[in-house]
Design a protein around this ligand. Structure first.
Ligand SMILES: [Zn+2]
Length: 448
């Protein structure tokens, strides 16, 4: 029998009350085994533009790619559709599940470009359905059907350049909704033994474990890293204190900054995009209620606000130290101007390029006894409180103050990083391509 290639894209099957698209993919992987499919890649977990107004929690989409023999095609399709229908939270508001099935070995340049756009900008359902029609793919959706956009995007994102891996372990049904039980000490130890090749395991600032989500979804924990080998090794070092139903290794754009695009100028920022933008600090930072820090930057085309919100942790402390004249590059999500706020970039990172001189003007020292002179009033000259000398000629002097900042890159605290944010630990580990990366044996647990 001839072998065919199929891509199944899934999106937005999860909801606020539980469920998870990655879990649906994990179950489907196992169900497909009985049709002797050969996976052409790890299942891929694609995070889409985090700045779209209608996202669900993580805004992640999934794709399974495999070859199969033609005789099983109908069974494979109906298995995927049945599972998708029963597992999707279709009755819930704000959940718009989508599934796309595409049979073709090649992923066209047009489809790749579509995927890139869903990671960085806003894509309409109309664009997605037009492309699906052109490609001859099949799609289904519930409610607004917006999940079809992500499902198609997952198929088109082949992660040929920088990418990461995540091993996700799932809970058994009887534990859903209860507090997750994992030995925290083993997670800190795992982090120590596998760094820098795993990331976002713990929040160093707060001394907290962050691989275990909260909430009702079936994920017990997820370990992110540079290779399938390392996340599997890390999994072996973590001690779960409740049973693991299954685990799967996904390949992903998480931690790659795939959502960021360099902005031409501050005047050209598009709302709902995430950008890397250059500018000079034009208004000193101010602390606003809830301990957020706001400052302004400008270039020849515009002036915009930059906001470091409280959960950004150390980044907020860095932002507070900036002064007018500092040259920086900011990374973050663009929010459009409102009646009382200009365009604002919500900061994920700040790269300080050069620091302005911070000067203070103060009265000179008494030439007689070295005590700082006091002003006697406007145009009244200066007076020494210690020896009583008066000086009408001496003027204030400018002195340069040390800066509490250094040139360099600063990233938001681990706990407030977006799925797509490239953490500091990954700098220098980026992948330029996928060569020499054959799939490992045992990339998911098998219970059949
Ligand atoms: Zn004096």
């Amino acid at each position: 029998m001839t072998q065919q290639t199929m891509h199944i894209g899934l999106d937005d099957t999860d909801s606020t009350k539980g469920g998870c698209t990655t879990y649906l993919a994990a179950v489907l992987i196992e169900k497909l085994a009985k049709f002797n499919v050969n996976f052409a890649d790890y299942p891929t977990l694609i995070r889409l533009n985090p700045n779209v107004p209608w996202k669900t929690r993580g805004n992640g989409a999934l794709c399974l790619r495999f070859t199969y023999s033609e005789e099983f095609e109908d069974d494979i399709k109906s298995t995927a559709m049945d599972l998708w229908e029963t597992q999707s939270a279709v009755k819930e508001k704000g959940t718009d599940p989508g599934i796309v099935i595409y049979k073709n070995q090649e992923i066209s340049a047009e489809l790749r470009a579509f995927s890139k756009k869903t990671e960085t900008a806003i894509v309409t359902l109309k664009e997605a359905t037009a492309l699906i029609k052109k490609l001859g793919a099949e799609a289904a959706g519930f409610n607004s059907c917006r999940g079809i956009i992500g499902a198609l995007a997952a198929i088109g994102e082949t992660l040929d350049f920088d990418h990461t891996f995540e091993l996700i372990a799932y809970r058994t049904p009887e534990n859903l909704g209860t507090k997750r039980r994992v030995d925290e000490g083993s997670i800190f130890e795992m982090d120590k033994q596998t760094q820098p090749f795993t990331f976002n395991n713990v929040d160093v600032e707060k001394g907290r474990v962050i691989i275990t989500p909260r909430g009702p979804d079936p994920i017990l924990f997820g370990i992110r890293g540079e290779s399938a080998e390392i996340v599997k090794k890390a999994y072996g070092l973590v001690k779960p204190l409740e049973s693991v139903e299954r685990w799967v290794i996904f390949r992903s754009n998480q931690g790659t900054d795939a959502h960021l695009t360099p902005a031409q100028s501050l005047g050209s920022l598009e709302p709902y995009s995430s950008v890397i933008a250059k500018g000079t600090v034009s208004k000193n930072p101010r602390v606003v209620p809830l301990r957020h820090v706001i400052f302004s930057i400008k270039d020849e085309t515009a002036e915009v606000d930059c906001a470091a919100y409280e959960p950004t942790g150390d980044l907020r402390k860095i932002a507070r130290e900036l002064i007018v004249g500092d040259e920086i590059e900011v990374y973050g999500a663009v929010h459009k101007a409102t009646a009382n706020k200009p365009v604002t970039i919500n900061l994920e990172k700040i790269s300080i390029k050069s620091l302005a001189k911070k000067t203070v003007s103060e009265n000179p020292l008494c030439p007689n006894c070295n005590k700082r002179l006091k002003s006697m009033g406007k145009n009244q000259g200066l007076r020494c409180e210690k020896c009583g000398s008066k000086y009408s000629e001496l003027k204030k002097t400018e002195s340069v103050m040390p800066r509490a900042l250094k040139v360099g890159l600063y990233v938001t605290s681990t706990r407030s990083q977006r799925h797509l944010t490239k953490p500091l630990r990954r700098y220098g580990l980026e992948k330029a391509c996928r060569e020499h990366e054959p799939m490992i044996d045992g990339w998911h647990s098998s219970f059949s």
